[in-house]
Design a protein around this ligand. Structure first.
Ligand code: PLP
Length: 390
């Protein structure tokens, strides 16, 4: 049976070029970059080249990049390490109600340590108002964390505007952006956007699992969360994942080669899905992709679809039986069985919380797959509704 993989916000398939490059490192340039002999120097060169590529994409300095094990670790170092380094200046942090658990749980951890956290609401499309952010910033606010692209409904926050407003109100407040879903889809220039800390993850961009990135602006202090041999300037000890780092750099390079072209193709595929699916009775799209007036605030690759009268798990498995892979609400929901924070924050009804699936696309998908997915859903939905209502 052919496979249609529409769960790219959970994880992506590696680009074959990335797997090949990594294999070459595993088998040939396998040295420890801290070793002083030739094999070490060779591995260190791989690291340097990857750093240069990623720094070029972010228009950042090569020294401003910290390699981690995943997006979650990047978010944790940024938020916990950032708060610990700044706690003498204040103990107040701000975030939104629709962040990924990697941010929300780091915030909850800090609350237990005596920090105060403000969780800002979003509108019905999942967008946070820069004015709301600015008015929440106080003299003692040490860090604001706002995600770039929401992983469940694809809302894209106006991070440059938010960055500007934060710094106008309090230049000392650090601005962290979780760009795990935005990196590889949007041009992100932290310096220009007044972003101090920016998280990204390899496995969302056709690189492997086990590699993450944190941009740290020059002069910004964060305290280490892992102690050991002093790699990466002592900020994140542990032998670097050389192959993963090189793989992430190559995947990013490939995605940023023709970002506009790829995004236009992704958005066209998303729109094929949207228009086909909304022709089915009682199917609707959540978030900005469902509202024509906010086209600019919608990620090109994420579609949150509510199928009234069909439980998300039932839809997911029925699609799986037909070779179509999606997720129920958010991919992380197997570990978080409670209703989605994001859908609740945008005011979704109780019934919608149980009946929402997420389809997320990548450059490896095709228009034919979209047409086929719509056809499969058209066939399945009336059948599943009859089954559910019986
Ligand atoms: N932040 C967002 C917005 C995400 O979507 C994810 C993963 O789904 C993460 C953080 C965590 O990234 P990782 O899986 O690399 O830990």
């Amino acid at each position: 049976m052919r496979e249609i993989y529409l769960d790219n916000s959970a994880t992506t398939r590696c680009f074959p070029e990335v797997a090949e490059r990594m294999s070459q490192i595993y088998l040939e340039a396998y040295g420890n970059p801290s070793s002083m002999h030739h094999k070490g120097v060779e591995a260190e060169k791989c690291l340097r080249e990857a750093r240069k590529t990623l720094a070029g994409i972010l228009k950042a300095g090569e020294k401003d990049l910290l390699f981690t094990s995943c997006g979650t670790e990047s978010d944790n170092i940024a938020i916990i390490g950032g708060a610990e380094a700044a706690c003498r200046r204040g103990r107040h942090l701000i975030t939104t109600q629709i962040e990924h658990p990697a941010v929300l749980e780091a915030m909850r951890h800090l609350e237990k340590q005596g920090f105060e956290v403000t969780y800002l609401p979003v509108d019905r499309l999942g967008l946070v108002d820069p004015e709301t952010v600015a008015s929440a910033v106080r003299e003692d606010t040490i860090l604001v964390s706002v995600m770039h692209t929401n992983n469940e409904i694809g809302s894209v926050q106006p991070v440059a505007e938010i960055g500007r407003r934060i710094k106008e109100k309090n230049p000392k407040t650090l601005f962290h952006v979780d760009a795990v879903q935005g990196f590889g889809k949007a041009q992100l220039f932290p310096k220009r956007m007044k972003i101090d800390l920016l998280s990204a993850s390899g496995h969302k961009i056709h690189a492997p699992k086990g590699i993450g990135l944190l941009y740290i602006a020059p002069g910004v202090r964060v305290l280490p969360q892992i102690y050991g041999g002093g790699q990466q300037g002592g900020l994140r000890s542990g032998t670097e994942n050389v192959a993963g780092i090189a793989g992430m750099a190559l995947a990013a390079e490939m995605l940023y080669r023709d970002l506009e072209g790829d995004n236009a193709r992704l958005a066209a595929m998303r729109d094929t899905l949207r228009s086909g699916l909304t022709e089915i009775e009682d199917v609707h799209i959540n978030g900005p992709a469902g509202a024509v007036e906010t086209a600019g605030a919608a990620a090109p690759h994420i579609l949150s679809v509510t199928v009234a009268g069909v439980r998300a798990e039932v839809m997911l498995h029925a699609l799986e039986d037909r070779g179509v892979y999606v997720s129920s609400g958010s991919a992380c929901s197997t570990n978080h069985p409670h209703p989605s924070d994001t859908l609740q924050a945008i005011g979704a009804s109780r019934a919608a919380l149980d009946s929402t699936i997420r389809m997320s696309l990548s450059v490896m998908n095709t228009e034919e797959e979209m047409a086929e997915t719509v056809a499969v859903m058209r066939e399945l939905i009336p059948m599943l509704r009859r089954y559910t209502r019986r």
